[in-house]
Structure formats: structure tokens, C-alpha cells
Design a protein around this ligand. Structure first.
Ligand code: G4P
Length: 526
């Protein structure tokens, strides 16, 4: 089917990731401006959570609520259909970001030129590496003083553990910033600090063109030529296939706030970034071009308004064409479902959609039918892989404080876990329930939602844990011996898999040394 192939080839589904404050929201907004999806800067509501609000999570959820519409931003740019999947800036919602990364075909990483690679970026890059996701790096805020660009490149390589290749190069930085040289297309873009205006381009033949001297002065032109010579000497020529294999990350420099270097990034991005790629299911690899529809749920967004308790399940279309009112099989439930009001996300609006193609995200109204990782198909039993849970970082015992509401509490916990708010482990030693999260906020979210949505009350009790890791072994006796020795620290997850609760890094390390036949995993998929 030619039209399906055309639709697939023109789609680019990606996420922008960064440490908070590096400029993700600003860059997203500028990309939307180029796509004509918005018309003035400042139109994108930041889903960044203001630092002062960290203790008031209702406020945070309100801010997050705003972001449902901006969770996915689709727009057309030239012949391309672009889907930007937004990720929460707050690190307490990092798990959301990890899952969103399972639904994208590539990633743009934003790095602040003054701060370099920060912690959150490092963590997110690990997820990209696990999945072999191609990345492009945008070094932002060149209008401010920052690190030397060569130092930034070294830092990117060592901290993100990926080879880099600059495709644009800055002329000075901060107050003396004059623009960037486009190595990829041999052009010179002059910097005019202006939040609405786009780049001014000087047409040149190559790096020796005297037009460069005329535009930026002989001294800076000379320095640029030296830098470029060094780049050509040190970094191998850019190879698109290496980028697609996630072996090299092209680097762009610019200033998102000033809309500078953004168009260059976007133009190169649409050309080189991958269109929807095959998705691995347990049964087989699913090609986007297959004629039958398949997709999976990678995110469930709760509606915080207590009068509208339904959620939205975000489904990534993996193959075929999703059609409104068609019958699809919900594999886990073994049920046939039909969706009369699926939504697509164009610009910043959410609209009912009749069809969606691979790479697109469809929002389905959900009243507890979906769980993260659920698969929909036209009938074939497929289970998509690659939606692991990550070892949580914070743990608490959850205790029921109203014995009359035990059923409600259990149901609430089950459903919140289905949504992926946190992870549940049952301690095998004392039978108590442990909730694991990546941030303190989730505990407040859970307590509040259990009360308001399920009428159940809970209380948290401290448990001192360092990590929960999934364990397995080919040697049953060794596994049993381990479980016996660590019986106080053994738990099961919701699928009944063995989980070891290590109370310190040292204990974990000792366990790994003492039990060489046991494999310790930090994600639930191995
Ligand atoms: P985030 O989503 O990654 O958290 O970052 P965001 O885009 O919100 O940007 C963080 C701050 O950095 C914002 O300033 C933003 O205006 C600024 N910024 C983004 N890009 C550039 C750039 O190229 N140059 C400079 N100089 N600043 C940039 P803020 O004061 O925190 O917020 P606001 O009040 O300006 O919105």
C-alpha cells in the first residue's frame, strides 16, 4: 500500500530531553513556531514544575494537567509529519520519561552550554543507550557565557558515552557570540538576538569565502578556520548510518530563546532522523508497513478533576492504520474493543481522529481497561517488549488506616500501579506491601488519589532500602540458596517475579560477589 509507506516515511516521532532548565520547553516552542503550529513565542505552557511548588503536589498536578494537551505535539513541517512527545521536567516523574522514550524513534538532547552534561541528562541517555535510540544534541544558550565548545564536545563524549560530531560550529560565545558556521550545509548564520526573528543567513561557498571575513571580521574568521580544521582532523566525517545505529551523535549549537540555530537543527533532523522503526514483540518483530494495525500503551494520564475520573491511555501506533470504530483486540484481556472517540494531537489541540499511522500517538479514553504495556491488534496475539520498570529509588511500606475500606484500598493500589504511578512489591518475609517510586512526590500523589478516588486511607511507614533488583539464575539450587539466605529481604513484584531488596550499596555488592550464579537486574525486562 503506497500511501501507508508514504505516511510512514514522512513521520518523525521523537522526544526532547534535558536536565531541567536547559531549555527544552523553549526549544519545543520554537520548533512549533517553525511548524506553524503556533504563531507567537510564549504560547506553549511550560509543563515544567516550578521549584517553589515541590511541596504542593496538587499544584504540580494542575500544571501537569495542562500538559495533557501538550503531551504529544503533532505538526507538519514541509513534507514531514512531526510528533514531539513531551516528557515531564520534574525528576520525580522520571519514570514517565523513561516510558515515553520507549515510544520514540529518536531523541534530541538539550544541553546548557554553561552547565554542560547534568545528572538527569546522563540518566536519560542511559535509557537511550539501552534502546539504541539515535540522538542529536543541541548545545543551548550560546548567547550566554559558557564552556569552550571543544570542552563541551569532550564532556558530551565522556559523560554521555557516545561519539559526537559537530555539524554546526559557534563563532565566539556569550556577549561576543556572532553566529554559527553550518558545517553540514556550508553556510554562515549570523546572530541577531531576537526572540521572534529567525536566523539571518550569509550565503558562502566554503570556509575560505572572504564573505565570512566581511561578516564577522578577520580575526574571528581566522579562528573559525582554525577550529574547523581541528574538527576535520579530530572527528571523522559525519556518517548518517552511524547516527541511525546510535553510534554517533551530531551536535548543533545555538540559542533556543533567540530562535537561533533551531531551524538548522530542524532541517537536518527531518532529513536524517529515522522514520518509525520496527517494534520488537515477544513473538516476532513487527514492521511499521504491515497492513494490520498494532500498537501499545506507553503512558496513562489520569484526569485530576475528581468529577471526571477517566484517564487517557496513550497508544503508539506500531504498524498498519489505526481506525476509529474498528474492532481491536486488547491482548491482555482477550477482549474486542472499539473506540468511538480516539484523539490525535495536532498543534496544541486534541481532536477526534479517524485514522492514525505508525509513529502517531492516539489518545484513548480509559476507565481502567488499560495498563502500561498493553497491546492492541487486529487479532494477532502480540506482546510488545521494551517497556521495562526501572528499579525504584525510594521505598515505603503502605499501611491501611481504615480496615473497613480494605477492598477499596487494594483496588486503588492495583489501578494506580497499572497506570505506572509507582511499583508494588510484597515482602515475602512479613507479607507487607512496599511501594517503590523514583521521587518523594509520588507518595503524596498516591495517598491523595487513594483517598479522593477510592475513598481509602493509607499511611506510610519508613523502610530503609537502597535498591530493589530482579534476580534470576539458571541454577535453581543456587537461586533457592540465595532466597533462603536473604529471606528477610526477598519480595515479589506484581507478576510474581523474585525481587531482592538490598538495604545498602555495600550489601548489594557483597551479594553480587558471594552469589556469582545469580543475575541481578535493575530493570524488570531482561
Ligand atoms: P526546561 O524546559 O528545559 O526546563 O527549560 P526552559 O525552556 O523552561 O528554559 C529555562 C530557562 O532558560 C528559561 O528562563 C528560558 O527562558 C531560558 N533559556 C532557554 N533558552 C535560552 C537561550 O538560548 N538563552 C538564554 N539566555 N536563556 C535561555 P527562566 O528565566 O527560567 O524562565 P522564563 O521566565 O524566561 O520563562
Amino acid at each position: 500500500m503506497a500511501s501507508l509507506t508514504t505516511e510512514i516515511n514522512r513521520r518523525r516521532t521523537f522526544a526532547i530531553i534535558s536536565h531541567p532548565d536547559a531549555g527544552k520547553t523553549t526549544l519545543t516552542e520554537k520548533l512549533l513556531l517553525f511548524g506553524g503550529a503556533i504563531h507567537v513565542a510564549g504560547a506553549v505552557k511550560s509543563n515544567k514544575i516550578k521549584k517553589t511548588a515541590t511541596s504542593d503536589w496538587m499544584e504540580i498536578e494542575k500544571q501537569r494537567g495542562i500538559s495533557v494537551a501538550t503531551s504529544v505535539m503533532g505538526f507538519n513541517y514541509g513534507d514531514y509529519k512531526i510528533n514531539i512527545l513531551d516528557t515531564p521536567g520534574h525528576q520525580d516523574f522520571a519514570e514517565d520519561t523513561y516510558r515515553t522514550l520507549t515510544a520514540v524513534d529518536s531523541v534530541i538532547i538539550v544541553v546548557d552550554v554553561a552547565k554542560g552534561v547534568e545528572q538527569q541528562t546522563r540518566k536519560l541517555m542511559e535509557v537511550c543507550r539501552m534502546r539504541n535510540t539515535p540522538v542529536i544534541i543541541f548545545v543551548n544558550k550560546l548567547d550566554r557565557e559558557g564552556k569552550d565548545p571543544f570542552d563541551i564536545l569532550d564532556e558530551l563524549e565522556s559523560e554521555l558515552k557516545i561519539k559526537v560530531r559537530p555539524l554546526t560550529w559557534p563563532i565566539n560565545i556569550g556577549a561576543r557570540f556572532k553566529g554559527v558556521y553550518n558545517i553540514y550545509e556550508h553556510g554562515l548564520d549570523l546572530f541577531t538576538p531576537d526572540k521572534q526573528k529567525v536566523t539571518e543567513r550569509v550565503e558562502i561557498k566554503d570556509v575560505n569565502d572572504p564573505a565570512i571575513d566581511a561578516a564577522v571580521g578577520a580575526a574571528d574568521a581566522g579562528k573559525l578556520r582554525e577550529d574547523l580544521e581541528l574538527i576535520e582532523g579530530v572527528y571523522p566525517e559525519f556518517n548518517e548510518l552511524d547516527y541511525l545505529d546510535a553510534k554517533v551523535a551530531p551536535v548543533f549549537f545555538g540559542s533556543a530563546l533567540n530562535t537561533f540555530g533551531v531551524k538548522e537543527l530542524l532541517d537536518c533532523f527531518v532529513r536524517i532522523a529515522p522514520c518509525p522503526r520496527p517494534t520488537q514483540a515477544e513473538e516476532r518483530q513487527v514492521e511499521p508497513g504491515e497492513s494490520t494495525f498494532s500498537g501499545f500503551v506507553f503512558k496513562i494520564h489520569a484526569n485530576m478533576d475528581p468529577n471526571h475520573r477517566s484517564c487517557i491511555a496513550f497508544v503508539k501506533v506500531c504498524s498498519g492504520i489505526f481506525k476509529r470504530n474498528a474492532n481491536y483486540k486488547h491482548i491482555r484481556l482477550g477482549k474486542i474493543l472499539k473506540f468511538s472517540s480516539p484523539t490525535a494531537f495536532m498543534a496544541q489541540k486534541k481532536d477526534i481522529v479517524d485514522e492514525a499511522y505508525p509513529g502517531d500517538i492516539v489518545g484513548l479514553p480509559d476507565n481502567g481497561t488499560f495498563k502500561i504495556g498493553d497491546t492492541l491488534t487486529e487479532g494477532e496475539d502480540l506482546h510488545f517488549k521494551g517497556l521495562p520498570s526501572f528499579s525504584p529509588e525510594m521505598f515505603k511500606y503502605i499501611e491501611n488506616t481504615d480496615p473497613m475500606k480494605t477492598k477499596q484500598l487494594n483496588k486503588g493500589i492495583e489501578q494506580l500501579m497499572d497506570e505506572g504511578v509507582a511499583q508494588l512489591f510484597i515482602n515475602q518475609f512479613n507479607g507487607r506491601k512496599i511501594i517503590g517510586t523514583v521521587g518523594q512526590l509520588q507518595f503524596e500523589v498516591i495517598q491523595y488519589r487513594l483517598l479522593h478516588e477510592y475513598g481509602a486511607q493509607c499511611r506510610w511507614e519508613p523502610i530503609h532500602l537502597y535498591k530493589a533488583c530482579w534476580i534470576e539464575s539458571d541454577d535453581d539450587a543456587a537461586l533457592e540458596a540465595f532466597k533462603k539466605r536473604k529471606h528477610q529481604f526477598m519480595a515479589v513484584d506484581r507478576e510474581g517475579r523474585d525481587v531482592f531488596l538490598a538495604d545498602s550499596g555495600y550489601v548489594l555488592q557483597m551479594a553480587q560477589t558471594d552469589f556469582p550464579k545469580i543475575r541481578f537486574h535493575f530493570t524488570s525486562e531482561f
